[in-house]
Design a protein around this ligand. Structure first.
Ligand code: CP
Ligand code: NVA
Length: 300
């Protein structure tokens, strides 16, 4: 593994290796066992979009690994004034040991990796969010013990989370059911990928997708960059809310996961969110551990 650009690039073995290392790093942190695997290394973190979890977990994680994180807002970088990504990649590669980037266009992340000479980590694009999904898989395995025989469902927008969860869930051997409105389907590359997986279903019926599910995922109806479509999206997503009524159709011990930030009253009710808050905030915490594992594998 040279970069983390999208879930599709990872083999099942690589995912398992990252999750195992993440579990170990979580244990070491909780037991005050030092783990300075990236002593003297520097990670640059380019942000073209807002972030709470990604920024803080990468920054804290890099510090815990003995390295140094650099927060680079695109507002302050020359990239924000039009300096091409191929030049930025070649310059930053001479200063840094790794680059994390959160941006809109997946091609920008791929170009950074192509033109640069250091590992690149995708911290979210319009079409995928691999760091989040590694943390999600870590959380599912932690709570459920294994992936075998589990049904994961996702209700809502066929966005970056839906794309990455579909690929990640199928790769680790879960069955994956998505319910998305017809005009909000996942990315065509993901639908192409699912053709080899009979354990995948895509429907417009949330009730069908959630039936007997062990894990229920949802995400915002308007992702970063889609905020101006929120009025029409609220109409399109009527019936796609995760609430106590629909949760009755999932397994009685089903867990709920949300990458956050959550919009209570839209994709999830406050009641369901709070009922599953322990699982959701464990998921948020696991961003830290999963990303530390990714950084150790790529930059260690
Ligand atoms: N889930 C997630 O990526 O959160 P942030 O947008 O706060 O980084
Ligand atoms: N789908 C959301 C995820 C935020 C972490 C977005 O892209 O805004």
């Amino acid at each position: 593994m040279k970069h983390l650009l999208k879930m599709m690039d990872l083999s099942t073995e690589e995912i398992t290796d990252i999750l195992n290392l993440a579990d170990q790093l979580k244990y070491e942190l909780k037991h005050d066992i030092a783990h300075p695997h990236l002593k003297g290394k520097t990670l640059g973190m380019i942000f073209q979009k807002a972030s709470t979890r990604t920024r803080v977990s990468f920054e804290a994680g890099m510090f815990q690994l003995g390295g140094h994180p650099l927060f680079l807002s695109s507002k302050d970088l020359q990239i924000g004034r039009g300096e091409p990504v191929e030049d930025t990649a070649r310059v930053l590669s001479r200063y840094l040991d790794g680059i994390m980037i959160r941006t809109f266009d997946q091609k920008e992340v791929e170009d950074l990796a192509y033109y640069g000479t250091v590992p690149v980590i995708n911290g979210l694009t319009d079409i995928t969010h691999p760091c989040q999904v590694l943390a999600d898989l870590m959380t599912v395995r932690e709570i459920k013990g294994q992936f075998d025989g589990l049904k994961m469902c996702y209700i809502g927008d066929g966005n970056n989370m839906a794309n990455a969860l579909t690929v990640g869930g199928l790769k680790v051997g879960m069955s994956v059911s998505l319910a998305c409105p017809a005009d909000y389907s996942p990315h065509e590359s993901v639908l192409e990928f699912t053709k080899n997986y009979p354990a995948f279903t895509l429907t417009t019926s949330p009730e069908e997708a959630i039936a007997d599910a062990d894990i229920v995922f949802t995400d915002v109806w308007a992702s970063m960059g889609n905020e101006n479509e929120i009025i029409e999206r609220r109409k399109a997503f009527v019936g796609y809310q995760v609430n106590e009524e629909i949760m009755k159709l999932a397994k009685p011990d089903a867990i709920v996961q949300h990458c956050l930030p959550a919009h209570r009253g839209e994709e999830i009710t406050a009641e369901t969110f709070e009922k599953h808050a322990a699982e959701i905030f464990e998921e948020a915490e696991n961003r830290l551990h999963a990303q530390k594992a990714v950084m150790v594998r790529l930059m260690g």
